[in-house]
Design a protein around this ligand. Structure first.
Ligand code: FNR
Length: 389
């Protein structure tokens, strides 16, 4: 195993670390200075099947790359000589006060990354004063995550063909104190993730999709394809439509965030059908390839929403500058996906805490250097998008 050396950046590791290194092969003196550095450590530590599942996108992975590149095409128009000695990053999401507009997106099966899995993520989010979204396909149940202690948590919902399963799960999430449902609407079928097909991806046999354990749906069979794609084909309701958003409201009083909106048309429909908020998401580029980066799609959705409901974004957020750019284009907050699983793999709860802290620090610095002291100061005029360059 390569021993990563703290004397060189992760992108340039000419030889194995001659210093102290941990059992995982990571030099203990390694200074992590940004969120992206966790990916190389995760790649080294995790079995290939798991790393590939976390890292990959659909088909050509054009959107995966674009989710990052589109951020790099947005530049700043910073304002100067503004007193930035005090910066307030506090945000309010669906009436809940959080310490910063950076939240945790649902990512499935976190115990493949670290034995503490979703517990570690829940604790790290709560320590940072922000929201964690728990995936339907978590390897810890809603009750288990609730038992980690206080914290504002949302529950991400996949709608199964068997609506009794869905009803039970939503009630359990409500009872466990989850505050909103993020309804994922971009997955009537699973996107074609070629790495998972090649690896015959499946949930390792020592783990279960904990929320479904008692319902006989917690295991995933190994197939000669992606085991997850087969599971989705068997269980997930492809007929899901807007009327089901109404149905969901009839079985729960929790607010519903529609996750996976990329167009103005669907933003209007989401609002007409009672959504409490919209998440502009392309599922981390894991579903339909060649959809635009979320930061590119954000503005049309924001315009269509006309301030009636908050609009959030996920996809490729790796820097505090990305968070600022999303807010300047009208987002009320952002969610992060892969940085959580990669930092979990590297360092468990400590890693997730560091990711949240680094993004917080970078975002605060971006606000200061742009002349913004609170979120409401961040405007469209603080950035230049490529059409205006
Ligand atoms: C996801 N995502 C996801 N979304 C969802 O609604 N339910 C889920 O169970 C999962 N699981 C999942 C696993 C992994 C490994 C990844 C990378 C992503 C999508 C996720 O919520 C979010 O939309 C993206 O991860 C955001 O993009 P970034 O931050 O990963 O670039």
């Amino acid at each position: 195993m390569r021993r990563l050396c703290c004397r060189f950046p992760l992108s340039y590791q000419p030889f194995d670390c001659p210093e102290v290194f941990s059992a995982s092969g990571t030099c203990q003196r390694m200074e992590i200075t940004n969120v992206m550095e966790y990916e190389a450590i995760a790649k080294e530590k995790l079995p290939k099947m798991v790393y590939d599942y976390y890292a990959s996108g659909a088909e050509d992975e054009w959107t995966l790359q674009e989710n990052r590149e589109a951020f790099s095409r947005i530049l700043f128009r910073p304002r100067i000589l503004i007193d930035v000695s005090k910066i307030d990053m506090a945000a309010t999401v669906l009436g809940f006060k959080i310490s910063m507009p950076i939240m945790i997106a649902p990512t499935a099966m976190q115990k493949m990354a670290h034995p503490d899995g979703e517990y570690a993520t829940a604790r790290a989010a709560s320590a940072a004063g922000t929201i964690m979204t728990l995936s339907s396909w978590a390897t810890s149940s809603v009750e288990e995550v609730a038992s980690t202690g206080p914290g504002i948590r949302f529950f991400q919902l996949y709608v199964y063909k068997d609506r009794n399963v869905v009803e039970q799960l939503v009630r359990r999430a409500e009872k466990a104190g989850f505050k909103a449902i993020a309804l994922t609407v971009d997955t009537p079928r699973l996107g074609r993730r070629e790495a998972d097909i090649k690896n015959r991806f499946t949930l390792p046999p020592f783990l279960t999709l904990k929320n479904f354990e008692g319902l006989n749906l917690g295991k995933m069979d190994k197939t000669d394809d992606s085991g997850l794609a087969s599971y989705v084909a068997g269980q997930i309701d492809r007929s899901l439509s807007w009327k089901d958003v109404k149905w969901l409201q009839s079985i729960t009083s929790l607010p519903i965030l529609v996750k996976g909106v990329l167009t103005a048309e669907d933003a209007s429909l989401a609002i007409q059908n009672g959504a409490a908020g919209i998440i502009v998401s392309n599922h981390g580029a894991r579903q339909l390839d060649y959809v635009p980066a979320t930061i590119t799609a954000l503005e049309e959705v924001v315009k269509s929403a006309q301030g009636r409901v908050p609009v959030f974004l996920d996809g490729g957020v790796r820097r505090g500058t990305d968070v600022f750019k999303a807010l300047a284009l009208g987002a009320s907050g952002v969610f992060i996906g892969r940085p959580v699983v990669f930092s979990l793999a590297a360092e468990g709860e400590v890693g997730v805490r560091k990711v949240l802290q680094m993004l917080r620090d970078e975002f605060e610095l971006t606000m200061a250097l742009s002349g913004c002291v609170s979120l409401k100061d961040i405007t469209r005029n603080h950035i230049i998008t490529s059409s205006r360059l």
